[in-house]
Design a binder for this molecule. Structure first.
Ligand SMILES: [Ca+2]
Length: 106
C-alpha cells in the first residue's frame, strides 16, 4: 500500500513538472478603447462594464451591447463593417415601449 502511495505521488509530481515545462505564460496585447464612430464606448467607474457580443440584428456579424454595473442604460452598437474588423455605430440605448431599459446595481 505504501509503495502504491509513493507511485501515485510520483506520478502527480511528474505530471505537475511536465505541465510546468510546457506551459507558457499568456501574451496579451496592450489594452485599447472600444470605439464607435468617433466616440469611445462608455465604461462606468466600477470597472465591471462588460461588452456582450452577439448577432443582434441577424445579419451574420457580431454587434455589441454594453451594460453598466451601476444603474444605467444598455447601449447598443451595430457592426456596420462589410467584412473584416468590426466597425461599431452607436444606435442608442435599448428601449421597451419608448423607455430606456436600465440595469440595476450589480
Ligand atoms: Ca449583426
Amino acid at each position: 500500500m505504501k509503495l502504491m502511495h509513493i507511485f501515485i505521488v510520483g506520478l502527480m509530481i511528474l505530471g505537475l513538472s511536465t505541465m510546468n515545462a510546457f506551459a507558457e505564460p499568456p501574451v496579451f496585447n496592450a489594452p485599447v478603447d472600444l470605439i464607435a464612430g468617433e466616440e469611445t464606448i462608455p465604461a462606468d467607474e466600477s470597472g465591471y462594464t462588460v461588452p456582450s457580443l452577439g448577432d443582434w440584428d441577424g445579419d451574420g456579424d457580431l454587434d455589441m451591447m454594453v451594460g453598466t454595473f451601476w444603474e444605467g442604460p444598455i447601449y447598443y452598437y451595430q457592426n456596420i463593417a462589410e467584412e473584416g474588423e468590426p466597425v461599431f455605430e452607436a444606435m442608442g440605448n435599448l428601449q421597451a415601449d419608448g423607455e430606456n431599459i436600465t440595469t440595476n446595481f450589480g
